[in-house]
Ligand binder design. Structure first.
Ligand SMILES: Cc1ncc(COP(=O)(O)O)c(C=O)c1O
Length: 392
């Protein structure tokens, strides 16, 4: 505390106060530490190091204790050794690309990857001289033929975005490592819980914490977790200069969300399974793409590699339905709200129009559902009335 021989001017006191409050406050919650500037004890202590685990706190850009607490907890859940927090899931994706690839390298991406990941690869990486190519989502060990001498990174996403196919990650990892490439996984669907990325050969696992860890549709955050210290260095050095810090307020919300994640996950799993099974029996629905149902491509791999399922799945309407009818179904839903993202407490719906020759020909008959924490019977009734509105 600042002690001066004369009384401080009130304007100085506004900045450097002698006011004191009782110490030793103990609660169950992580405090929110907001800071750009971090104070050093002596000039000689000042450092611009980003790795605050190793060097102590140096600058708010690299995280405050709130950010690092979230990182440590995600790391614990995913069984990693180091975790970086980013301002969103897409931020984690771009950071991984930028940190692990350089001009002249080649990256392999599955056809069913999250759309903005593909966009980043096609629109940014290509401009910087990285070769980008796509492999079939069901490649498994046959991915071998897609490697080039300069392949450095192979992405996986399990299940794939919207079309929900499960990949054979261990077979892909085995081939990638034989070719000297790293395996990166988007592990968002499993919340980093139901798929053990490192046990299945993954080198870098990322999540949009926006979804299940945040859990309330009110924040955007991402995580990148690794076991290898050298990979952590490469990612951390890029994270430092990209200049995308996560807000400690958002990290605090994520830490709170995390505490209730077990009960939320259990409920969304049960509700999604109940509704997916019920939808499978409806004549309007040709196919339900839920990894825990045999109708989903890669279901056997889900059975082998996952320990549970979550709340996001897709349905394919029968061929007799056209786009306006499918949109009529979506518009008729009352509890399922139309919106992107998932993992919160409210049920959501989104229709798509998929016309890639490299993906199943679902066209505009595909609708993605996310089941939240509403009563399952109410959700079923909502789907039932929307199905009725569509055919009438
Ligand atoms: C599978 C997957 N990965 C990454 C992201 C990106 O996360 P964010 O919205 O936090 O940028 C999303 C968002 O929908 C996603 O579905």
């Amino acid at each position: 505390m600042l002690r001066m021989s004369r009384r401080k001017n009130w304007k100085t006191a506004l900045i450097h106060s002698d006011a004191a409050v009782p110490q030793d406050f103990r609660s169950l919650n992580t405090p929110v530490h907001r800071a750009s500037t971090v104070l050093f004890h002596r000039a000689a202590d000042a450092s611009e190091e980003w790795n605050q685990w190793e060097h102590g706190y140096t600058y708010g850009l690299y995280g405050t204790p709130t950010t690092l607490e979230l990182a440590a907890r995600v790391c614990e859940l995913e069984g990693g050794r180091h975790t970086l927090i980013t301002p969103g899931g897409q931020g984690a994706i771009s950071l991984i690309h930028l940190a692990l690839l350089k001009a002249g390298d080649h990256v392999l991406i599955p056809e069913n990857i999250y759309g903005p990941n593909r966009k980043f690869a096609n629109h940014v990486l290509c401009r910087f001289g990285v070769d980008v190519s796509y492999y079939p989502f069901d490649a498994g060990a046959s991915i071998d033929t897609h490697f080039r001498s300069n392949t450095r990174v192979v992405w996986c996403e399990n299940p794939g975005s919207v079309t929900m196919e499960i990949q054979d990650v261990p077979a892909i990892a085995e081939a990638a490592h034989r070719h000297g490439a790293l395996v990166v996984l988007d592990n968002t669907w499993s919340a980093g819980i139901y798929f053990d990325a490192f046990a299945h050969g993954v080198d870098v696992t990322m999540q949009a914490l926006t979804k299940y860890i945040g859990g309330h549709s009110d924040l955007l955050l991402g995580s990148i977790t690794v076991r290898d210290p050298q990979l952590f260095e490469r990612l951390g050095e890029t994270h430092q200069v990209i200049g995308c810090p996560a807000s400690p307020d958002d990290c605090s919300l994520a830490l709170r969300g995390m505490k209730t994640m077990a009960v939320r996950l259990k409920q969304v799993e049960q509700t999604a399974l109940e509704l997916a099974r019920w939808l499978s029996s409806r004549s309007e629905i040709e196919r339900v793409l839920h990894p825990a149902l045999p109708s989903c491509p890669g279901h056997d791999l889900w059975q082998r590699d996952f320990t549970g399922s979550t709340g996001l799945f897709s349905i394919i309407f029968h061929e007799r339905f056209n786009k306006p009818q499918v949109q009529q179904f979506v518009d008729s839903l009352k509890l399922f709200k139309i919106g992107y993202s998932w993992g919160g407490v409210a049920s959501l719906v989104m229709s798509y129009d998929l016309h890639s020759p490299k993906r199943p020909a679902y066209g505009s008959r595909i609708v993605r559902l996310y089941t939240g924490l509403e009563d399952p019977d109410d959700l079923k009734a909502d789907l039932e009335q929307a199905l009725a509105a569509m055919v009438s």
